[in-house]
Each structure stands twice: as C-alpha cells, then as structure tokens.
Ligand binder design. Structure first.
Ligand code: DC
Length: 226
C-alpha cells in the first residue's frame, strides 16, 4: 500500500555550532510545528551506553542500547526549553556536555544504531508540521520533505558561539581547544560511511557566519512561507 505523507516537514541540517538548535526551536515555535532534535537522540544513546558501562566500540551492545533506551522530550519553563529524559532520569544537563557530544558522534557512526532510531524519528511527523534538526534529516530520514535548509558557519565562528555558551554556564574551556574539537567532530561526521553530514541536493544553503539570529530565522522561514 503506498505510504501517503501529507504532513509538511522542514529539515534543518548542518554541523554543530551552526545555530541549528536555536534556529529550529524558534522556527518551530513561529510555525506552531513540532520539533525533532535528532542530535539529542544520539546524545541520549551515547549517555545511556556510558551509564551502562558499555564499550562504545561493542556494536551489538550499543545497538541493543539504542533499541531499548527510553527517550522522552518534555516541555519546561521558557528559559529551560525542552528537557530530555533518558530511562526515567532528567539527563538534559549531561547531554549538553562535550563528552556527550563526542559519545554521540562515535555511536552515530554505527549503521545499526542509526537504523534503531529511524522509526522513532519518523514518529515525530505529526500535524500540523515538523521542524527536524540534525545531520541527515533532508538526506535520509525525511528525503521527501518539501522544505530543506542546510546551515553552515565557519569553524572559528562556531567555536566562538560554543565558547560563549559554555562560559555562560561557568564551564572552563579554551577557544582553541573547542575549535579543534569542532573540526575533529565535523570531519568524523562528514566522512562516515552511513548518512554522512552533507546537504541534500534540494536544500537551501545558508552560511550564518556574521548573521544575527533574527536574520537566519527570517531566511529559513522564507523557505516555508515565501
Ligand atoms: O546536533 P548535536 O551536536 O546534538 O549532535 C550530536 C552528534 O550526533 C553529532 O556529532 C552527530 C550525531 N548526529 C547524527 O549523526 N545524526 C543526526 N541526525 C543528529 C546528530
């Protein structure tokens, strides 16, 4: 039976620090659409694997972990945004750390882990629409999405943004160290065999270097509401 899909999806892909998270949340709120933060799913699985003491290179164990981990997104007070619960524990703060990002990037290179998360992601496509934030939203998960954007920014600019965020949280980091981590993660995400980070052919490329948040939001919204 043909799969009839009519719920619109706006995919927003790009590397870490390109502003995807902030932009996706603002655009989803503006449109009144649902939001899928797919990076949080990979972070949650990496985190759950760490809590269980798994060796991240043990493909079978990590895949089982991806299949069994219970991930819930819960709306919170405005300033807090969405909280992410992993196996009944509010893991939002842990998931934001660089350690969680690195674990997510490592397990995200496993095809069986990606496969285990496909149905969960497709389930977010609900009326009136979905804004899907990630790396492979427009290429693999929602290839038929009518609206696709790929956000980029220079590695230096992305490191600067991340530095500011982490400093505000009182974490001790260096700009140079962050830029090196960002470049290492980019190259791992872009060079992996499955679902590498790359723009869909029909995506609008937006380089956000030097752009303000409002301008990026307006540009992305213009794809949906020309
Ligand atoms: O967007 P983020 O920084 O929260 O993503 C964390 C990691 O998860 C990132 O290094 C790559 C991986 N990821 C992925 O492989 N596919 C996605 N759709 C989203 C994230």
């Amino acid at each position: 039976m043909p799969h009839v899909v009519s719920v619109p999806v706006l995919t927003i892909d790009g590397p870490s620090g390109s502003g995807k998270g902030t932009i996706s949340a603002l655009v989803a709120a503006h449109l009144g659409w649902h939001l899928l933060d797919s990076g949080a799913l990979y972070r949650a699985v990496g985190y759950a694997a760490g809590v269980a003491g798994l060796d991240l290179s043990d493909v079978e164990a990590v895949t089982r972990c991806a299949e069994q981990t219970k991930i819930r997104f819960r709306a919170a007070a405005e300033a807090d945004g969405t909280r992410v619960w992993v196996n009944g524990h509010d893991a939002t703060d842990e998931l934001r750390t660089e350690t969680a990002g690195a674990a997510a990037s490592a397990i995200a290179s496993l095809p069986t882990v990606r496969q285990a998360l496909v149905q969960l992601q497709l389930g977010f496509r609900k009326s009136p629409g979905l804004v899907a934030d990630g790396r492979d939203m427009g290429t693999v998960i929602f290839p038929d999405a009518p609206f696709k954007v790929f956000l980029t920014a220079s590695a230096a600019e992305r490191a600067k943004r991340r530095y500011k965020q982490l400093k505000e949280k009182g974490l001790s980091v260096t700009l140079g160290g962050l830029q090196r981590e960002i470049e290492a993660r980019d190259s791992r995400d872009a060079s992996r065999a499955v679902a590498p980070l790359k723009p869909a052919e029909d995506a609008l490329l937006v380089d956000t270097t030097g752009m303000g948040i409002e301008d990026v939001v307006a540009k992305v919204l213009s794809v949906v509401q020309p």
